[in-house]
Design a protein around this ligand. Sequence first.
Ligand code: APR
Ligand code: ZN
Ligand code: ZN
Length: 361
Amino acid sequence: MSQKVRGVVAPGKGAPVRLETILVGDPGPGEALVRVQACGVCHTDLHYRQGGINDEFPFLLGHEAAGVVEAVGPDVRDLEPGDFVILNWRAVCGRCRACRRGRPWYCFDTHNAAQKMTLADGTPLSPALGIGAFAEKTLVAAGQCTKVDPTASAAVAGLLGCGVMAGFGAALNTGNVSRGDSVAVIGCGGVGNAAVAGARLAGAAKIIAVDIDDRKLTWARGLGATHTINARRHDVVEAVREATGGFGADVVIEAVGRPETYEQAFYSRDLAGTVVLVGVPTPDMRLDLPLLDVFGRGGALKSSWYGDCLPERDFPMLIDLYLQGRLDLDAFVSETITLDGIEEAFARMERGEVLRSVVLL
Ligand code: APR
Ligand code: ZN
Ligand code: ZN
């Protein structure tokens, strides 16, 4: 039996999103039906709407979400109705070559619900990142549901489902930021500012935030930046070196996803330091660096997929730190909106006015 719920659909390349009636089936084997309580608005949703990810329209948007499990498929054991969960977009398989080597955060065969949600006329929907949570209810793989402490608000918990986790993980998991490190973060949107907060949590001694927008730098200060650099007014490489005794930072996190900022990250890092790319580039972008510098400067050039997170390990831990007052997740919720406010939220996101707009359902 399908249920009728409301959901936000991107109908075609570049077209405005529409609030539609969608049909959501009962969970089959390995699936869970989740009543969505909150879902953040992320750039990736806008990329889907623009046709920048693939052409499988119509999309059911939304993927940074938390909610309550309403029903589970017949074989699902470790999840039950009433569980408060954060949805993740990488349910690990446990069987691929990465999982078998004990590196499930790299899982090369993550999965989603087998059944499709549809429009009222039966047209199948492609859920954004296999989630589709700008909807009152969504159907996902049970492994996409990670249980966390239900005393956290859904608006805050949902953030960990995507961008904020990517930023924390870039610092904590991929960059291995440790006590005493100097860290620079280039690009301080939701992702970069989460990297700033992650670096503070790890005990970094210097946290240098770089952006072209002073509002973002003010937020970065609040989340733990010890230095801020406006890249419109300063040479980033010189300014980071100046802040680090002339050497560069131990770890530099690139959270924009552009060749120019990657090059700045590359040269603002100390010898044998680490660059983490968490910003997502577009297919047309190319990087041109002297190979001798890649060799001669040593260290590590890494990318961070979803913050190299392991939802089962990282989501509950970060929520606990939040509940203890050690991690300011509230700072990322710039505003709360309703399902009919997504187009306006995209516009505010593009103007840089918010870290995250969060839809409450
Ligand atoms: N130098 C420094 N900062 C820049 C520059 C630049 N040349 N260009 C843009 N920025 C800043 C923007 O001002 C903004 O604050 O980078 C930030 C990017 O943040 P958002 O647009 O809010 O995006 P966010 O959600 O943080 O994601 C950042 O990570 O997951 C990926 O696809 C995502 O590529 C995107 C990146
Ligand atoms: Zn796997
Ligand atoms: Zn996202």
